[in-house]
Design a protein around this ligand. Structure first.
Ligand code: SAH
Length: 399
């Protein structure tokens, strides 16, 4: 366990504003000098160029984000009491959310947005799946596990720290059972009274895209009697909600055969039996194929993976979003519904709207936005940290 601040980081004059405004990242370029020799994960104090104490964070030598700030109160340290208090606060918030009344799967800790940079904890029923994304959390893993056990009393805790961001932190990919008894390969859980399962070993992210929980319900409310195309369906979140709401025919497309197999399982375990077609394909190609076949649909969901991982990828990403949106619009019957999402945090909702507009022009369709969607409330957006907002979506009517 690292001890108290081992170094002081002096900010460049003129680069202090974000830190003073409680933005939790200090980039290497904002640092004038470092007094002391911090090890990775150590606590460091952060001062203005004039030498005033501002904040405290953890050090990461390999990352461009050199310090992750966790407090602007000089009495606080990243010690068990503070971590416990923040876990409890995060848990208390979730217990108040309407979402959690009909669901026992939700994000209980969302990293910076819950005051615990680098720690993501998703709850699936009695089991927790965690991601450790920073040096500061990695060196405190044992302690964090102990506190998670105390606060959440889980059956087991798995780690799925195989996200790409670990590389930028100089951390290896890690996954495995970290505490408790191994749960069955498929962990069962409920969201909005539907039952799903995750396989913590080979699922994507922590196993399920919890951020879309509320949005699945919204999209499903347009599904009654409609023929649906669920693109990038993964394990069928949108499809199963739509089936329960009364979609009689569903085509689900994903490039992962394992994910598609789960769609069928999830339909069965919820006793919904739409006419189901599972298609293992690249959505970019499949939408073109359907156009050639002159197929059409009443409801299309586009929920692609993150296309923009860096500023340099934004142009390419917008071309990708435009392509799938345009081709999806072309497949919609008059007055059909398009639910389109982007989880690229680097792309603003405003830009995404422009991209969808560009797609509409090229597809020669008129489009009305009926609803604007974002991530569920268990993924809160911290005002001082706009990066915590990443998911945006529109439910559109296409003429
Ligand atoms: N809609 C899903 C989550 C989608 S995550 C849900 O509600 O749970 C993105 C999915 O897109 C993943 O399942 C991934 O396997 C798939 N995918 C990524 N690129 C793809 C492509 N080019 N064509 C088809 N599927 C793709």
């Amino acid at each position: 366990m690292p001890s108290l601040p081992s170094a002081t980081v002096m900010l460049q004059q003129g680069r202090e504003r974000p830190v003073l405004a409680h933005h939790p990242w200090v980039f290497s370029g904002a640092i004038a000098r470092v007094i002391g020799r911090p090890a990775d994960g150590d606590e460091v104090d952060v001062q203005t160029g004039a030498g005033e104490w501002v904040a405290r964070g953890t050090w990461s030598s390999a990352s461009q984000i050199r310090v992750r700030l966790f407090t602007w109160d000089d009495r606080e340290h990243l010690e068990p009491d503070l971590i416990r208090a923040r876990l409890e606060r995060a848990f208390a918030l979730r217990q108040q959310l309407p979402l959690t009344h009909r669901s026992n799967a939700y994000r209980v800790v969302y990293s910076e947005a819950d005051g615990l940079p680098g720690l993501i904890v998703d709850r699936y029923g009695d089991d927790l799946v965690i991601q450790i994304l920073t040096q500061g959390m990695a060196v405190r893993l044992e302690q964090v596990l102990e506190l998670l056990v105390q606060v959440f009393a889980p059956r087991s805790i798995y780690e799925r720290s195989d996200a790409d961001v670990r590389q930028k932190e100089g951390l290896p990919q890690e996954s495995g059972l970290r505490w408790g008894a191994p749960a069955p390969a498929a962990i069962q859980f409920r969201t909005h009274d539907l039952s799903f399962s995750v396989d913590w070993r080979d699922g994507q992210k922590t196993g399920f895209y919890l951020d879309q929980s509320d949005n699945r319900l919204r999209v499903a409310s347009y599904a009654v009697g409609r023929e649906m195309l669920d693109c990038f369906c993964y394990s069928g979140g949108f499809a199963v909600y739509a089936a329960r709401a009364g979609a009689p025919q569903i085509t689900a497309v994903d490039s992962s055969a394992g994910a598609l197999a789960r769609v069928a399982t999830h339909m069965q375990q919820n006793q919904v039996h739409p006419e189901l077609e599972l298609v293992e394909a690249d959505v970019f190609k499949q939408l073109r194929q359907y156009r050639l076949e002159e197929r059409d649909f009443d409801l299309i969901v586009l929920d692609p993976p993150k296309f923009a991982h860096s500023q340099q990828q934004i142009d390419r990403a917008t071309r990708g979003y435009k392509d799938i949106n345009m081709n999806a619009m072309r497949l919609l019957r008059q007055g059909g519904i398009l639910a389109t999402f982007s989880c690229s945090g680097l792309l603003s909702a405003e830009l995404f709207q422009k991209v969808v507009f560009g797609a509409a022009l090229d597809a020669r369709r008129e489009v009305q936005i009926l609803e604007r969607l974002t991530q569920a409330a268990d993924h809160p957006v911290l005002l001082s940290f706009p990066e915590s907002e990443y998911l945006k979506g529109f439910i559109c009517r296409v003429w």
